[in-house]
Design a protein. Structure first.
Length: 291
């Protein structure tokens, strides 16, 4: 009876030891991954990001001819540093632009460098882009920062240090108009189409309270052309053509004889791109046009 009990006890102990050994091996396996060559490699438990430096930028210049970018540094699996700024085709940084810095500081009681550093510090604290709070006075930059940081962090998850390129504009049709008729009874408007992340077409015109377009007004043309050397049908087409060819409103020249309309065109297109196409907002907007 005791012999049977002893044998049974030994069997139980052997089974228990085997089970413990199996669990240990399983646990070791759980802490390993498979590398590209098929070998098992240790998976870090320090954070969800792979150590390295990651950068993300937009695919084109914005309406002020700057390109926003983010550069982040990951150490020990966690985001250690985040730097945000804008650069131009000459390699200059926007935070070094005296005019921009002065205007920003006068409006917000801080420099753009201080605002951008605040965004970077906030990201380091929360470790994820969609939880970064907007910096007061830098709403637009905060929006861009979050989008670019999210793209850079996706690269960091995979350990891919190639630069992430983000489309600045979303495809769609964007319409913006003045919020009131001018002294002559006309209201300017722009309808702009973005396709494949480029400006495909743009329609610029004026409409009166009866719904008539300025480009169809023969009397207006007859009165304007002798004095200005241009007329609505002509200058609107010139402005539209420039924008399609150059893709940058900042590079669109004022049409001689149509300075006010050229300025209106710039204001409307800037808003359509900066405040609508960047976020994919296709609802019709009305803005105040400064004369």
């Amino acid at each position: 009876m005791k012999k049977r009990l002893l044998i049974g006890t030994m069997v139980f102990l052997i089974a228990a030891l085997t089970a413990c050994g199996g669990n240990k091996e399983a646990n070791n396996g759980a802490n390993k991954g498979t590398s590209a060559d098929g070998n098992q490699t240790a998976v870090t438990e320090k954070g969800e990001y792979v150590d390295g430096t990651y950068k993300a930028s937009y695919d084109r210049k914005d309406v002020r001819n700057w390109i926003a970018y983010v550069e982040i540094t990951v150490k020990d699996g966690k985001l250690e540093k985040a730097y945000y700024d804008y650069t131009n085709e000459d390699g200059k940084l926007r935070t070094n632009d005296e005019g921009y810095t002065t205007a920003f500081k006068n409006a917000n009681k801080m420099t753009p460098r201080e605002a951008f550093d605040q965004l970077g510090e906030n990201l380091v604290k929360v470790q994820v882009a969609d939880k970064v709070d907007v910096v007061s006075g830098a709403t637009h930059s905060s929006r861009n920062f979050n989008e670019l940081a999210a793209a850079a962090l996706e690269k960091a998850k995979a350990g891919d240090t190639s630069e992430a390129t983000v489309h600045l504009y979303d495809d769609g049709t964007y319409k913006v108009e003045a919020d009131a008729f001018d002294d002559h009874g006309w209201k300017p408007f722009v309808e702009l189409v973005v396709k494949d992340n480029k400006i495909e077409s743009v329609d610029f015109n004026y409409v009166n309270e009866e719904g008539k377009l300025k480009t169809d007004d023969a009397e207006y043309k007859a009165a304007m052309e002798p004095k200005s050397g241009t007329y609505p049908q002509k200058y609107t087409e010139e402005l539209e053509k420039q924008l399609i060819e150059k893709q940058l409103i900042g590079d669109v020249d004022v049409v001689s004889g149509a300075t006010t309309s050229s300025n209106n065109f710039h204001a409307l297109v800037e808003y359509a791109l900066d405040d609508m196409a960047e976020v994919g907002d296709t609802s019709t907007k009305a803005i105040k046009i400064e004369e």
